[in-house]
Every structure is written in C-alpha cells, then in structure tokens.
Design a protein around this ligand. Sequence first.
Ligand code: FES
Ligand SMILES: [Fe+2]
Length: 376
Amino acid sequence: MKNDAVHSGLSDVTRPFSNASTLPSPCFTSPEWYQKEVEKIFLKEWICVGREEQAPKAGDFFRFDIVNEPLVLVRDRSGKLHAHIAVCRHRAALLAQGKGNCRTFVCPYHSWTYALSGELIATPGATDPMAGIDNFDRKDYGLVSLRLETWRGFIFISFDEKPQPLLEWLGDLPDQVKNYKIEEMRVDRQFEWDIDCNWKVYYENSAENYHTATVHYRNLKGSTPAPSQFPESKGPYTSFFLPKAISALEGFPTLTSLTDAQMSGTWFILVQPNLQLILTPTYMVFRHFLPLGPERVKVVHNWCFPKSTVDLPDFSERVEGEYYTRYKPVIQEDVDMTPLVQQGHRSRFARPGRFAKEEVVLHHIENYVAGKVGAS
Ligand code: FES
Ligand SMILES: [Fe+2]
C-alpha cells in the first residue's frame, strides 16, 4: 500500500459531498488496511449477528465466523443468549459447527464439556486427567464470552469489554423506525453468499440505488428509479428512502402503523458497520455482513415478515413465488457484480472516483471508515 497516496486520498473523502472523492482502492484490497478496520471497527463496535427467533429454545445454537473469530451463539436453560468464542480452553479445538440444539458443548478432541452459559463442567477421562495438575481450577477455564445485547429481536455482540450500552449507541434509530414494528417481525428464510470482494464493496452496493437502472435492468425494468431522499440521522446509521417502491407494495397485508409517506416507498438503512435494514410496507429484509478477509465477505440476506403475516394459512405457498423466487435473481445480479468491482480495485492504475448525486450514503460510510481507520 502506498501510504502517501492513501493518506491524501483519505482527506479527499472527507471533503464536502459535492467536492469529495471515493476511498482509494488499497482501502479495498490491502491486508494492512483491513487489519486496521478489524481493530478499529469490528473489534470495537456493536455487530449485528442475527435475530432472537433464530435460537428460540434452550440449547439452540448457531456457529459463524467474523474477522477470523469463530463464534457460537446459544440460548441457555434460563432463556439467556450468549455469544462465546467457540474455542476449547484445553488445546484450542473448535467446539461446534453449523447449527442445532445441544445440552452442553462437548469438545470433539478430548471431550472437555461446557455448560451452555460457558462454564467448564467436566474434563472426562478414564482416570481423572487433571488430577495432580497444579493451579488448575475449572472455574478459570470457561469459554471466553462476548458482550451481547438485543434490540427489538436483533442480536448484537461486541468484542469490546465495555461498549456503550446498545440502546444509547443506536441513537434515534429506535424512535425513527418505531412504526415498522420490528419487534413483531420474524425471519422466515435466510440466504447466504460468500463473495470475493471486500466487505465495503457489498455494503456500498447496498447503499445506493444508482446501479439499479443498469445492473437490475432486466429484472426490475418498469420500476423507473425515483430520486432517493436522504433523511437526517442521529446515531451510527445513515439511510436513503425511495419514494417510489421497487418491490414494496404487492403481496401480503401492509402494516397499518405506517405514515402515508412510509406506505409509499422503501427505506434502506445502513447501520455501521455491518447491518442493512430494508423496511417496506409488507416485509423487512435485513442483511448482515461478516468480513472473512480483506477480499472476502459473507453476506447473509434475511427475509422477515410480521408474525401475523407468517401465520396466514397460505403464507408458505405464496411467499415463495411472490417474494423469494421473484427477487432471488435481483440479488444474484449484485452478487455477480460486486467481485467485478473488487477486480477493478486490484488494478495498480485504479484511482479514486467521484460520488454521484444518488451516492450520499456512500459518502457517509466512507467518511465513517476514513474517520475510524485513518485517524490512526
Ligand atoms: S482441545 Fe478440547 S478437550 Fe482437548
Ligand atoms: Fe442491487
């Protein structure tokens, strides 16, 4: 990474919108830059990892990786959710894979056994394998656990030991979106993609409607994009509202709690650093982005509907055709496009670009990244 070029590029990002340039390409490709993002952003901020209804019963767990950390999320017998580092305290074997339901976590290497809440409860062996080992107290060898808080069904974790309380951190977002009854939404289906691009490439693609007329020409033709509106935000998020809905108005019953303006369009909210909410009159999509390396990201696309909609007798049969089958090719177009952007960033001749009028949210995001990482 040529540090001078990146350094002067960062100050161009921070200029007022109409005069600003985009982040230099090394910020999308360099392992050193990525390491700084991990340290300054992902190991510090609240990170969304899913919704409570994805682990509804005691013993339900799911495993995932983010920034090279293997995590397991689990609900204990008292109903409390935990986020543990899924690494055995004996000799570091991975404790769990995939998702499922269990009574305890038993290490696949030597069977050390952990309670769902993380305590080490057994070190099995024919004779007590830890007898006579000095200064070994099981109490000291429980799983490493992260801070976890929930908001209206969303699960957030923090690697930081003393993060700001989640609700305080969210700023005015809870109030701004209260009409959408997010707490009543239920995840019905999850689609995942591991994509060969930097996490910001996909996150930024989700942050503008400008590409719709080109990338989604075939699948969304007939829905002429209207100019986006950019609501004010006081918190760790930025958003755009499409006053003409692309896909919001057909299908299932509309929420009755929305204003006329909210009824007429779709609201795209980017909660920094890894969550996107898409709020419409009939459903909510949330995507969370799990960086897997400088040039690889897992995108998890979660379809949610109000519980009253999910309970409709014909829900399962209609949702497939009216929503999932219909929009899957649209998402695939973004999944196909974003690695091509990544390839472009790898060129030694790539230069910072300029923001188009529709890309106000991108400017906010890049300023956020430049502010967090560039200050070091
Ligand atoms: S590494 Fe887990 S029991 Fe040995
Ligand atoms: Fe798109």
